[in-house]
Write a protein that binds this ligand. Sequence first.
Ligand SMILES: NC(=O)c1ccc[n+]([C@@H]2O[C@H](COP(=O)([O-])OP(=O)(O)OC[C@H]3O[C@@H](n4cnc5c(N)ncnc54)[C@H](OP(=O)(O)O)[C@@H]3O)[C@@H](O)[C@H]2O)c1
Length: 212
Amino acid sequence: MDGTGMTTISIVGAGNLARGLATRAVAAGYEVQLLIRDPSKGEKLVAELGTAVRVSPLDGGAAGDLVALAIPYAAVDRVMSTLGDLTGKTVIDATNPINETFTGLVTEPGASGAEHIAALAPNANVVKAFNTLFAGNVVAGKKNGLPLDVMIAGDDETAKAAVADFVDKTGFRVIDTGPLATAATLEGLAWMHMQLQFTRGTNFQSAIAIVD
Ligand SMILES: NC(=O)c1ccc[n+]([C@@H]2O[C@H](COP(=O)([O-])OP(=O)(O)OC[C@H]3O[C@@H](n4cnc5c(N)ncnc54)[C@H](OP(=O)(O)O)[C@@H]3O)[C@@H](O)[C@H]2O)c1
């Protein structure tokens, strides 16, 4: 909770996925802090989503207990060192470590970007989440009238519960895939889903769902 009695989520980035996360967070009553390298680029989202969104520089200090990474994976090393002290924070890693040509992942087989990020922020708890959804679907919040599945992976149960609470409150369905070691599979799944856009012609509109 912040001084206004509302809960704040900090989102790093102001691009497509950040817009989706911010849209759903504001709709659910959260305050949103955008941590971005060029604060002028956040004004578009402030104009779109209102005064619940505020903009800070990358080194402005994360106000939220939840800090969502919505930046290119290639930028995480530099950005994590710029964000400052994340002790006790829950870092939502929504990045996908895709190579520049979209032909594969930059990570070694079995390794994940999420575990690399966890190593960069040893005093924070990293939870992989939202990487398997396309940004347009996150903005919309539902697909064919149904809640979308957000797969989450993490080692710290308290942090995972905090992310699950955010996922739930923002109108998605939580699918817990287990420890952070499963993030590599989630990153591979997201990559495969991107490839399916070309083979199935679904134009980044499809969504991965678990049907019980
Ligand atoms: N788009 C999707 O459907 C989707 C879905 C799931 C996961 N993801 C993942 O989410 C992340 C963001 O994707 P996106 O589509 O939202 O990208 P995007 O629209 O290109 O936005 C990227 C954001 O990151 C910032 N950024 C880029 N390089 C940076 C750097 N070196 N230092 C600091 N900030 C930097 C950009 O700021 P500037 O405007 O200043 O460049 C922008 O705010 C990626 O890891 C992607 O794989 C995306």
